[in-house]
Design a protein around this ligand. Structure first.
Ligand SMILES: CC(C)(COP(=O)(O)OP(=O)(O)OC[C@H]1O[C@@H](n2cnc3c(N)ncnc32)[C@H](O)[C@@H]1OP(=O)(O)O)[C@@H](O)C(=O)NCCC(=O)NCCS
Length: 333
């Protein structure tokens, strides 16, 4: 294998897939005590996509991946590394990445693995892929974030079920000879001191599924929304500034901010603190809700296909999520 170290790692292709079924806030107000006014006012969400019965995380990943590979001008056989980020794997093992590999029909001598960093998964995945590719051993990596959040929601809990949605976003990262292009910098971090703030308590080895865990609804997502909100605003601002500093640029140089889509109030506060005007902030939460790690690559695909980024533009990605985890990436297109 040719191991020449690349000058940069660029985003060569993007793709997304969201399920067909649209569930509006009014639809949800028929199953829980809520309203469009409350949901939109508190979160910015109007509707979300919900996977069809039997539609899996890997099915959604497959569609986003195919779109990304095609837009990169490649075939699945050109891919030499697959990273799937998800909190809703098809099953605990084997990895959804291996299931996806088989569905894509690609080579069996390449590494395929899942990475779990909750909503920060995509930014973590980009850093892991970039670091592996820096050795020169991998030329075209597929990083795909796919989330079937509907599978872990308690549809009787109005404080959580209204906030999330299903979907998948993917990128093909390619080793490039270009200088000062692609992924310029990445900062990651985590704080596991309060894991209960956002978690799914049962289903793992700490609390294997049992009649009791099902009866008590412990296999559903649990969240202290107010606490998460406070941390999110502070962390996203700090990490955005840290990665800009690392790359020697200022917030004014950023052409587009793509934040994790968890809540418009979080996004607006962070953008304001960074002094990035709203027209430079991409927000699509209205249509999809919080799709966890898929939210940034879905947005990325929309801005690329919508012609909202030009060659040379600096795009700042910032995420936070359960763990807590966080990360920020600066990309030059
Ligand atoms: C969840 C969130 C939207 C709630 O907004 P909030 O302004 O903090 O609202 P609160 O939690 O204080 O709830 C206010 C009231 O609305 C009620 N409420 C909660 N969900 C509701 C719903 N869907 N419809 C109507 N009322 C609701 C609560 O019961 C509470 O009532 P009370 O005051 O009588 O107790 C907000 O905290 C948030 O977005 N947090 C971050 C979540 C997040 O980003 N998670 C993902 C991380 S990756």
């Amino acid at each position: 294998m040719n191991s020449k170290r690349p000058n940069s790692i660029i985003i060569k292709g993007t793709g997304k897939y969201v399920p067909e079924r649209i569930v509006t806030n009014d639809d949800l107000s028929k199953i829980v005590d809520t309203s469009d006014e409350w949901i939109f006012g508190r979160s910015g969400i109007k509707r979300r996509r919900i996977a069809a019965d039997g539609e899996t995380t890997s099915d959604m990943a497959l569609k986003a991946s195919k779109a990304a590979i095609e837009s990169a001008g490649l075939t699945p056989h050109d891919i030499d590394l697959v990273i799937v980020t998800t909190v809703n794997p098809d099953m605990l093992f084997p990895s959804t990445a291996c299931i996806l590999q088989a569905k894509l029909g690609i080579r069996n001598n390449i590494p395929c693995f899942d990475l779990e960093a909750a909503c920060s998964g995509f930014v973590y995945g980009m850093e892991v892929a970039t670091s592996m590719m820096a050795s020169g051993r991998y030329k075209n990596a597929l990083v795909v974030s796919s989330e079937k959040m509907s599978s872990m929601l308690d549809w009787k809990d109005r404080s959580t079920c209204v906030l999330f949605g299903d979907g998948s976003g993917a990128v093909v990262l390619a080793a490039s000879g270009e200088e000062n292009a692609g992924i310029l910098g990445n900062v990651l971090g985590a704080d596991g001191s309060d894991t209960a703030m956002l978690c799914m308590p049962a289903g793992g080895s700490a609390m294997p599924p049992s009649e009791r865990t099902v009866r008590e609804g412990l296999h559903y997502l649990k969240m202290d929304g107010r606490e998460v909100f406070k941390h999110a605003v502070r962390i996203m601002q700090e990490k955005a500034l840290e990665v800009l500093d690392l790359c020697g640029v200022s917030a004014e140089d950023v052409a587009l901010l793509i934040p994790h889509q968890a809540n418009t109030r979080i996004i607006e506060t962070v953008a304001k603190r960074l002094k990035i005007p709203s027209e430079k902030v991409y927000v699509n939460i209205e249509n999809y809700g919080n799709t966890s790690s898929a939210s940034i690559p879905i947005a990325l695909d929309e801005v690329v296909r919508g012609g909202k980024v030009r060659k040379g533009d600096l795009v700042l990605l910032v995420a936070f999520g359960a763990g807590l985890t966080w990360g920020a990436t600066l990309v030059r297109f």
